[in-house]
Design a protein around this ligand. Structure first.
Ligand code: AMP
Length: 285
């Protein structure tokens, strides 16, 4: 596996790959890698790609400076794990490489309000920063395929929106969420949970499952209310639990209003903020 810290070094290498007619698959991450990340690497490999993984903790997407400070950093371990899993290239740049002074990296497109609901409501500016870094990294890596996780449902929806709007020459492939045995979605943040909250965090998946099992039988409002109760009973502090139209991300009032319906939640487990979602079965009629 090659490691590059500069755009120049990476470009020189990837140009050769392109000249050989090989396909480039890109997996952007913030490091502290787990099996969820690795599943995206494996998917890229299965698509016959030369796999580029980036590890970059993007300051512009953190609205909370404490969260940025506490975000786990473990480049050496990550590097070993990637090597073991057939990653071809690791790109681990410093902030100045991604945002050189004088370069305007802002993404100015109409997001049709998709950035303002759910995560956008509780993390103002987060998606602007996220799209800025993804667009910048796509410009640097110029991959054929981009691999992202369903775990960050709103994130991948906004990236799909950006790719469509800006007509970016890349295809987004979304990988399913990898979970721990109790259903907790794998996340770099899980390692910050103490033993008590680690157990309680299993309630997030139980709340999502409850809603999946009662969709179309109980009202959306009832489902959301019960899901919030499950979270609160387990000492989690939910910011939201919303059943939304998976296309425009707007909250649904009744089951007939959407075709692709997703339940999404964010909650605090002690000092750790976790998000998760579940695609609810489509109505069969
Ligand atoms: P992050 O390092 O958290 O920014 O995540 C990098 C990529 O890995 C994103 O596309 C995430 O959606 C994806 N990802 C994170 N957790 C999981 C998971 N449990 N299963 C699958 N993909 C994941």
């Amino acid at each position: 596996m090659k490691l590059f810290k500069t755009v120049k070094g990476l470009n020189l290498y990837l140009n050769k790959i392109r000249q050989r007619g090989q396909k480039i698959g890109f997996v952007p991450t913030m490091g502290a890698l787990h099996e969820g990340h690795i599943s995206l690497v494996t998917m890229a490999k299965a698509n016959n790609c030369i796999v580029v993984v980036s590890i970059f903790i993007n300051p512009s997407q953190f609205n909370n400076q404490e969260d940025l400070k506490k975000y786990p950093r473990m480049l050496e371990l990550d590097s070993k794990l990637l090597k073991k899993n057939q990653c071809d290239v690791l790109f681990a740049p410093e902030v100045e490489e991604v945002y050189p002074p004088g370069l305007n990296t802002a993404v100015e497109i109409n997001l049709e309000g998709k950035d303002l609901v759910m995560e956008g409501e509780f993390r103002p500016g987060h998606f602007k920063g996220m799209l800025e870094v993804v667009n910048r990294l796509l410009d640097i890596v110029k991959p054929h395929l981009l691999f992202m996780g369903q775990k960050d449902f709103q994130q991948q929806a906004l990236v799909a929106h950006m790719i469509h709007r800006m007509k970016l020459p890349v295809k987004l492939i979304v990988g399913e969420t990898l979970r721990e045995p109790d259903g907790l979605a794998m996340s770099s943040r899980n390692m910050r949970l103490d033993a008590n909250f680690r157990i309680k965090a299993g309630a997030i998946f139980r709340a999502l499952k409850y809603v999946q099992q009662h969709s179309f039988q109980k009202s959306i409002l009832e489902c959301e209310k019960k899901a919030m109760e499950i979270l609160i009973q387990n000492d989690l502090r939910p910011e939201y639990f919303k059943i939304v139209d998976g296309m425009n991300l707007r909250p649904l009032k009744n089951w007939d209003m959407g075709e692709y319906i997703v339940a999404c939640t964010a909650c605090w487990a002690g000092e750790v903020r976790l998000i998760d979602n579940l695609v609810l079965t489509k109505r069969l009629d």
